[in-house]
Design a protein around this ligand. Sequence first.
Ligand code: ADP
Ligand code: MG
Length: 252
Amino acid sequence: MEPEIQIQGLSKTFGKKKNSGKALKDINLTIESGEIVALIGPSGSGKSTLLRHLAGLSCGDADSGEIRVLGQSVQCKGRLSRDIRKTRARIGYIFQQFNLVGRMKVMTNVLTGALGRVPGWRGCLGLFNAEEKALALKCLNRVGMDAWANQRASCLSGGQQQRVAIARTLTQKAEVILADEPIASLDPESARRVMEILADINSQDGRTVVVTLHQVDYAREFCRRAIALRAGEVVFDGPSEELTPSLLASIY
Ligand code: ADP
Ligand code: MG
């Protein structure tokens, strides 16, 4: 079977100057279905750029290389093909700043984000069927946020918003979840809760999770495998328990 995520020879330069703007240098990685992987490394090492390429989120074309997710090449040159769109719908993305629409209800955020239907000024009456609403509520329940379904997203704390963002990817039935610094803006208690939920989704539902983290302790605790980037290169790829202080000193 083809690996869930396969990156071959991926290089990415921002701007015209070679070397100075080199964000990723010849990245080769394979991630299997059902893995939970922490992506670590100092600020500016290329973690977000790598994750965005995996999601097929536009940050300009890669210089070279091949990225396959769920058996499909996700790089787009110009216009999005139907196949890439279909694959993107199977990839959930979680942002540091949650990316909810503050004035919309939690439930609408989840459904709109997951199913791609945007309510007009008259609201979302009839836009989603009972089955879809029931699924969204079930996913909100899974992250402990069902009681907030009818609140505006702007009323929630950061940790609560991030849990809603996770419910959105669950409603989307994303098979691969990519999370870019999902806990960087959260207090320790909320951060732990979010990591527990991501780990639970991975172990219970077998979804593949790739998460960039600042705190190496969380990587060790929640992710079996860690990949470290430094200046756009993979400098470690192995069990997170092997991230010893001396190794970390050479990475950071
Ligand atoms: P990390 O997420 O590890 O902090 P990034 O992937 O955000 O690192 O950035 C890697 C490098 O690419 C950095 O040098 C950053 O300045 C550069 N970079 C990232 N995005 C852009 C962009 N849109 N335009 C120009 N340079 C960028
Ligand atoms: Mg980043």
